[in-house]
Design a protein around this ligand. Sequence first.
Ligand code: SF4
Length: 445
Amino acid sequence: MALTGLEIYKQLPKTNCKECGFPTCLAFAMKMATKQVSLDKCPHVTDAGKAALESAARPPIQLVTIGTETKEIKIGNETQLFRHEEKFHREGAVAIRISDTLDDDALAARAEAAGHLKFERVGREIKVNLVAVCNESGDPARFAAAARLAAEKSGLACVLISEKAANLGKAADALAGQRPLLYISDPAEAEAAAKVAKDNSCPLAVRADGLEALAELTPKVSPIVQELVLDPGTRDLKSTLEALTAIRRLSLKNFRPLGYPIMAFTTAEDPIQQVVELSTFLAKYGGVVVTDAIEKWQLLPALTTRQDIFIDPQKPVAVEPKLNAIGEVGENAPVLVTTNFSLSYYSVESEVESSRVPAYVLAVDTEGTSVLTAWASDKFNAETITQALKKSGVEEKIGHRKLVIPGFVAVLSAGVEDESGWSVLIGPKEASGIPNFLKNQWQAS
Ligand code: SF4
């Protein structure tokens, strides 16, 4: 949370010595509050003052980095309880659980499957982020070998889960330089695990039973390793949701012992309930969610939920406003017009694809708003549609002058005909009606 000038001023020497280049300590503090100058410009601030300022300037939820380079994931540093207050910044990471008791073939197959769990939605890739290797064998050598194999076959960063700090050390050695998240399930081993995390430059996840126990544990390990992730130890949907919400609330009130990202586990055996738990924990404050769900039909709805929650609610997701050819278009290809709101555009595009009728789809620049919103705000009208048609160059590509407009804005048809000189066909109201329309109603001549 940003400090005010007066809060900073309280920690300065107040001698007005001017060595920082400012006439008074207060002037320096005011500049520092707006981030135009850094604390190192004052040579006289005490160590206690420096520590107090650094601690107070720390974000309410610590930023934690897992993995490196292309596999790197950042969690934490969130500032809001509710998305509509601003936005959520960093998606929770999904980790597929893999036991080190699996034989190598089964382990490699599961890791490869996890690495392939990715989908394209509204022009963006949504995917699983981590593999969570569990030391169920209790054998450090097997754990290390399993971690190496899972990382290699999945192509993902790892979470290493064990109740023994020494076993975490072995597996962390096997993934040297890859910055896995180390998770220690036994609170009594947390301080030893913190030393392992520090020696290997890894973040650490700690577990304790309940928020009070967690708040007592983190001050013991945070001086050793700063990048912590918290597991409140709950394992059912209701109590986990309550714990995650309470931790987020307390951390945003600057309760430092709980100011870290949170980890949750899905535990349901029923595959549908696993999706419910996964989606819930991703929507409600899970920084890392470990799950057994590995089927595509399970991950797609959960990752879709996550994508929707983490999109900036104040910025519509837009596609580039332009003419797009779908399939092998010829001079009789239909031309459909929609807005550049990505959900509208991709709904139309996917229905045109499924119709197997090659067509042009013209996305008009409506600043990323949907058809009805753009029409209501006068961004999708006869003039903007006509301008987009002319600019697209579609008239040189086709031999007809028929434009299909969305059924919801049939009222625009006369205006578009007058403005553009094209004939207008009223298309279906919903994109799902496009295949039937193109196969049975569309005619170029
Ligand atoms: Fe104050 Fe430090 Fe600047 Fe001196 S150098 S005026 S003590 S802020």
